[in-house]
Design a protein around this ligand. Structure first.
Ligand code: GLY
Length: 363
């Protein structure tokens, strides 16, 4: 695939560049005035980080490399404080820059390090997971977790640019790519039916017969389309005042699963079940047809994503949904589809109805 740049509009517009080998373009994309670069990465990306360090140093800048724990273990107050110490010791100023190289957890952390240092310095994001490329690294949501929950502390802080090098997907186990496809399918259901068609036509390549080598051409097309959906939405509503909420399709029930499962489920897998839940909720309220709910199940199952959840766990799930930050006041909020591609908000649905929906998607 030739390189593609997708513009994200807003108060500070930026480009998301997708393609094989785009990582090597990062040094030239750093702000000219930046003398120091904090390169935050997780262990699986050590080789890429070393290469990037050399390439940035060749532009005459000082690079400080900070390896942080992988995945959610890196999104803690302790790791954040460690990054602040490095910035303080190395004398980072307002004109310097933070680079986040890794999956969604690393880019969330790096974004928040940048948002909080000196009340905000530039961040350049280099997501290396499918989830990071199509969702986490775009749109400026940054943050860490606390004992009380995920992403409860954070800030909106837009990146200066985002670089999605599809070669880095090779660092991922297959299950992580599959989980990332959950967010890709979500983009299809809320906004871009061409994504759904592309997935349907390539279910064998993306599902059962998956190898990164054979899936990469279609994956690249899906990544670009999913990024366009996200870019369009966050470009119109950076702070989630209205439209951005549609990106939470499948997330109300999905987050509840993640909580109840103590985050042992991958995010995209929980979102897949959450989308089936939302689709069944839409069907039971006359918004989607049986065939459209089946389409949710067929695509997710075909990709190897779960489409149901064990029965007998409703109380814990309901409690988790009540605690979620999507709840406003005491009202539960869902994004449901009024036909494929037309998301609407459903606030405060009857609990008996939700229980019926749970019964329909559990086994
Ligand atoms: N991941 C949802 C959002 O960025 O708003």
């Amino acid at each position: 695939m030739s390189e593609k740049a997708i513009r994200v509009e807003g108060a500070q517009p930026y480009d998301v560049t997708v393609g094989s080998g785009v990582l090597s373009r990062v040094p030239e994309a750093l702000p000219e005035r930046a003398e120091r670069v904090l390169l935050i990465h997780s262990r699986p990306l050590t080789e890429y980080a070393a290469r990037m360090r050399n390439e940035i140093e060749a532009t005459g800048r000082t690079v400080v490399v900070d390896e942080v724990p992988d995945a959610e273990a890196g999104k803690t107050a302790q790791v954040l404080a460690g990054c602040w110490s490095v910035l303080g010791r190395e004398g980072f100023t307002r004109s310097d820059v933070v680079v986040g190289l890794g999956g969604g957890a690393v880019t969330d952390l790096a974004g928040f390090v940048a948002a909080s240092w000196l009340r905000g310095v530039t961040v350049v994001q280099v997501p290396t997971s499918l989830l990071g490329m199509v969702d986490a690294a775009i749109g400026g949501k940054t943050g860490i977790n606390t004992e009380e929950g995920k992403n409860l502390v954070g800030a909106f802080h837009a990146p200066a640019s985002v670089w999605c090098d599809t070669e880095t997907l090779r660092t991922l186990p297959r299950e992580h790519v599959v989980a990332g496809l959950g967010e890709v399918v979500k983009a299809g259901f809320i906004r871009d039916q061409a994504i759904l068609e592309l997935v349907e036509e390539n279910l064998e390549t993306l599902g059962e017969g998956f190898t990164l080598e054979s899936a990469l051409p279609v994956l690249e097309r899906l990544i670009v389309r999913a990024i366009r959906v996200k870019a369009d939405v966050v470009g119109q509503d950076f702070r989630e005042a209205f439209l951005r909420e549609i990106l939470n399709y499948g997330h109300t029930f999905g987050h509840a699963i993640e909580q109840v499962e103590d985050y042992r489920w991958r995010h995209g897998e929980a979102v897949a079940v959450g989308m089936v839940f939302a689709a069944e909720l839409a069907r039971q309220t006359g918004r989607l047809t049986e065939a459209e709910v089946d389409q949710h199940r067929r695509l997710c199952r075909g990709l190897g994503l779960p489409v149901s959840y064990p029965s007998g766990r409703w109380e814990g799930l309901l409690e988790a949904m009540r605690r979620d930050k999507k709840t406003r006041g005491s009202l539960l909020r869902f994004v449901v589809l009024e036909g494929i591609g037309n998301p609407v908000r459903l606030e405060g649905p009857d609990e008996a109805l939700l229980r019926d929906v749970y019964d329909a998607i559990s086994e």
